[in-house]
Design a protein around this ligand. Structure first.
Ligand SMILES: [Zn+2]
Length: 104
């Protein structure tokens, strides 16, 4: 995943979600790759992009990302595998998705 605010890339932590209780959604050494890994039953809500941002401790909604919200300063947009996507936090991720979130 790539997140950019006004053209500046935001650093996503390595190994997010792999310490303590192992989360279905996590990153390893390359933080731009979100890995989905689970055994048995997994709740759809656990695979939503919102869950990743919760682990990260950051905000994502249909109108805000991190500390930026739609308004005179810019607007949030998202693409998944190159296609515009308006689900934002509700997007249910699939392994190896290329997710780009921008605020410009
Ligand atoms: Zn993994």
């Amino acid at each position: 995943m790539n997140v950019a605010i006004k053209g500046s890339p935001v650093t996503i932590p390595k190994n997010l979600g792999t310490t303590g209780a192992h989360s279905s959604i996590h990153t390893h050494e390359d933080p731009q790759v979100i890995h989905l890994e689970f055994s048995g039953r997994v709740l759809r809500d656990d695979l939503r992009l919102k869950r990743f941002f919760e682990l990260w401790g950051k905000q994502l909604s249909s109108t805000c990302v991190l500390d930026q919200c739609n308004g005179p300063d810019g607007k949030l947009s998202m693409t998944v595998n190159g296609q515009a996507n308006s689900e934002f936090d509700r997007y249910v991720m699939r392994d190896k998705d290329q997710i780009e979130i921008r605020f410009d």
